[in-house]
Design a protein around this ligand. Structure first.
Ligand code: NAI
Ligand code: MG
Length: 333
């Protein structure tokens, strides 16, 4: 049995979570859900967007599923990543049929450092002349993320990891990142994993000109944030992009999209980003067969192009799409 903390959150977060849980019910797994509150509505009701009770539940559980928050998203998700020490942010970029993907056969993983770089908020401040932010690169955090990326490559049968940086200009911070990247790579040579590195600006171009050559990318916080949204653009948008936040003692899985107030309450949100986040959770829990079955079911529904939500040019509802996935999934039993 797995203990899963479920935070539906706000807006379509609640809708895609409900749809995803209904699909997970069709798996041969004993998932024990504990529902927890966070987000705008939670703030209104409880006076805080992320109650201590929610943090404690997340820390205790085997994994967490998070829908979306509204305006409080930064307070909720940044704080949870910090509290749970979720150092790796994984965002797979994969093209599916029946979508608006710019290319077929794209399938790579961006591994983004989640704790430092330019995103240490307490290091940003106003100065007499304007404002400044500090870019923090520590050996500990960067070797941890590089090692995670190479381990990921080994585990998933990949043959190459690409390190992304700007070491020609940021000689000290990214110079160190590059050095650590290649030091880590040494440990994986005998496991058949090649290493290459590119500057981040060139990578932004290569993602469009040769996206199929990438397998695993590893990079610092800000670059990973930007490149992963570029990746989302490559494969057809927000309704399809899941993510994982992984730490040594916990993990949280969430779609990349937000609460989408423009479509919330209409029952037409695409639930696949949330379902694909659940696929990542199942893989994390070691339930690779169930994960693959769910992934294949989603693929089947996309291929058949019959039960798609409006963002994928269909006219089905969230629940109809979920039902179609569930029907496919039950065929595996
Ligand atoms: P958003 O992701 O909520 O929506 C952007 C656009 O994509 C909208 O037109 C929306 O309808 C569409 N969209 C998003 N997910 C979709 C889905 N599953 N199916 C169909 N269409 C979908 O981002 P936006 O509009 O910038 O922010 C809205 C709220 O969400 C804000 O309050 C923001 O703070 C919050 N937010 C929360 C996040 C989180 O909880 N991790 C992440 C991003 C935004
Ligand atoms: Mg971003």
């Amino acid at each position: 049995m797995y203990n899963i903390t479920v935070i539906p959150g706000d807006g379509i977060g609640k809708e895609v979570m409900k749809a995803t849980l209904s699909v997970l019910d069709a798996l041969n797994l004993n998932l024990n859900y504990t529902f927890a509150e966070a987000g705008d509505e939670c703030l209104e009701i409880n006076g805080e967007a992320l109650p201590e009770k929610t943090i404690q539940l997340c820390k205790k559980s085997d994994a967490c599923l998070f829908g979306a928050a509204g305006e409080t998203a930064a307070d909720v998700i940044v704080k949870l990543r910090h509290e749970m020490e979720l150092f790796a942010n994984l965002r797979p970029v994969k093209s599916y049929p029946g979508t608006n993907a710019l290319f077929n056969d794209i399938d790579f993983m961006i591994v983004r450092e989640n704790t430092e770089g330019l995103y240490k908020q307490d290091e940003e401040k106003y100065t007499e002349n304007g404002a400044e932010a500090k870019r923090i690169i520590t050996r500990q955090a960067e070797s941890r993320i590089c090692d995670y990326a190479f381990k990921y490559a080994v585990k998933h049968g990949k043959s190459k990891v690409t390190g992304v940086h700007k070491a020609n200009v940021l000689k000290k911070t990214d110079g160190l990142f590059k050095k650590i990247f290649y030091e880590t790579a040494e440990n994986y040579k005998n496991k058949g994993i090649d290493a290459e590195d590119f500057y981040v600006d060139a990578t932004a171009m290569y993602l469009i000109t040769q996206p199929k050559t990438f397998e695993v990318l590893v990079t610092t916080n800000l670059f990973g944030d930007i490149l992963s949204d570029e990746g989302a653009g490559l494969v057809g948008g927000l309704g399809l992009i899941p993510s994982a936040n992984i730490g040594e003692n916990g993990a949280l899985f969430e779609p990349v999209h937000g609460s989408a107030p423009d479509i919330a309450g209409k029952g037409i949100a695409n639930p696949l980003a949330m379902m694909l986040s659940a696929v990542m959770m199942l893989n994390y829990l070691g339930e690779t067969e169930e994960a693959e079955n769910l992934d294949k079911s989603i693929l089947k529904v996309l291929k058949e192009s019959k039960n798609l939500t409006p963002d994928l040019n269909g006219n089905s509802t969230t629940d109809e799409m979920a039902e179609a996935v569930k029907i496919e999934l039950l065929k595996f039993n």
